[in-house]
Design a protein around this ligand. Structure first.
Ligand code: NAG
Ligand code: NAG
Ligand code: NAG
Length: 378
């Protein structure tokens, strides 16, 4: 789709000839913005709009002197955000389009922050373009539900900015160096044509879905093992949203290999391999739903239940109360599978080689400390 849209910046009352003219102009601009946003949204939903759409309301809407900026919109919602203040009532689904800021950096870092930065933003945020969601006040701006650890934030960002993604997005935790101490050097060394890379070197080989339970939940929740079939079922639901079947034969064992910690950099092109509605559905499952999988599970479609001798029980009350449902089930699902659903690696991926690092990151001569050099990955 190519959507080209010229809109006049809204007049403020003081630089308009009359309040009436300002009101009229505001109304017209708001109407056009809303129309444009609806058209953009419809196109996402695949309602068969024409692929090329030129909307040009002409130059005479408003009488103010300065506000004649033209806002070209190419395949994105860029520019519509300028008009957000003019649109009083907007369907919530359109809101992200109207608020999307234009990025002033080709790399944007999206950290998952809860209360971690209450005492102040860390110093590194001064160097990089950063987009932060808050997770504590649903009525304040930039809110993301506090579910599924970082996974909800990552998917929400993709959903919110699908039409306006930066060239590269680094999805990270609130304290990124705690997993990779020189992660910021790595980010400085990214090639402009980078596509995808994990930002951590801790390789997990053939991890079955029960492994994190051992770490996170089993001792605390003696019936943790009875959640394993549901975790596997959540993996399958999530993968299915991306059109993928996790095992060669129905109900086969699912053991992804991947880099731990769910911190990675990804290009716009890779994200755009899937349509927005796929991410909306994924975000709903991971970030919005109370439970990923409820009710009975068909043992023919589930290794843990059919052949793995895991029990299936409703989660204990404390499990739900302490948010373990989304922290373990939903968060883990994205952590284990993101490399796979973005179609950058096989489910059972291979550890990165020099070739991978030197494709994604500049050489160490060009950028000292780049992981293209093996010793920088030690
Ligand atoms: C991006 O813009 C903001 C304010 O508009 C500025 O504070 C920040 O330094 C800019 N970042 C980069 C990387 O240019
Ligand atoms: C949440 O945000 C709203 C809107 O900004 C504000 O009025 C309210 O005081 C905030 N609530 C808390 C508990 O901070
Ligand atoms: C980026 O371009 C360089 C050449 O300029 C190439 O060596 C590298 O493989 C490319 N990276 C990717 C991910 O395509």
């Amino acid at each position: 789709m190519v959507l080209s849209l010229r809109l006049l910046k809204a007049c403020s009352r003081s630089d308009s000839k009359t309040p009436y003219a300002a009101a009229l102009a505001s109304f017209a601009v708001a109407t056009l913005a809303l129309l444009a946003a609806i058209l953009l949204l419809q196109n996402d939903l695949g309602w068969g709009l024409p692929t090329v759409l030129i909307l040009n309301p002409g130059p005479n809407l408003c009488t103010c002197q300065e506000a004649k900026a033209e806002l070209p919109i190419l395949e994105s919602g860029v520019g519509v955000q300028t008009l957000a203040s003019e649109v009083q009532k907007v369907h919530p689904a359109l809101q992200p389009l109207l608020e999307s800021p234009p990025w002033n950096s080709s790399l944007v870092i999206v950290p998952a922050v809860y209360h971690d930065w209450d005492a102040g933003w860390p110093e590194w945020t001064e160097e990089f373009a950063v987009h932060v969601y808050q997770r504590t006040n649903a009525s304040a701006p930039n809110y993301c539900e506090n579910r599924a650890f970082e996974s909800a934030v990552y998917l929400k960002f993709i959903v919110d900015y699908y039409h306006n993604l930066p060239d590269l997005t680094a999805f990270v935790h609130s304290d990124p160096p705690s997993h990779r101490r020189d992660i910021f050097t790595w980010l400085r060394c990214l090639r402009p044509n980078s596509t995808y890379s994990a930002l951590n070197v801790h390789w997990l080989n053939h991890w079955h879905v029960d492994r994190p339970l051992e770490i996170l939940g089993k001792s605390k929740f003696p019936t943790g093992a009875c959640q394993v079939p549901r975790i596997e079922a959540c993996f399958r639901r999530f993968a299915a949203i991306f059109g993928k079947d996790l095992s060669a034969e129905p109900g086969g064992k699912v053991e992804p290999s991947f880099y731990a910690s769910n911190q990675f950099v990804i290009s716009r092109d890779v994200i755009l391999r899937h349509p927005l509605r796929v991410y909306q559905e994924a975000y709903k499952l991971i970030g919005l739903e109370d439970r990923c999988v409820e009710g009975p599970i068909d043992p023919r479609e589930n290794w843990a239940l059919g052949k793995g001798n895991y029990c299936l029980q409703e989660p204990p009350r404390e499990w739900l109360e302490e948010g373990f449902e989304s922290k373990i089930v939903q968060a883990m699902t994205m952590e284990y599978l993101n490399h796979y659903v973005f179609e950058v690696e096989e489910l059972d991926g291979k550890p990165y080689t020099d070739e991978h690092y030197c494709k994604q990151f500049l050489s160490s001569e060009q950028c000292p400390g780049s992981p293209c050099e093996q010793k920088a990955r030690a």
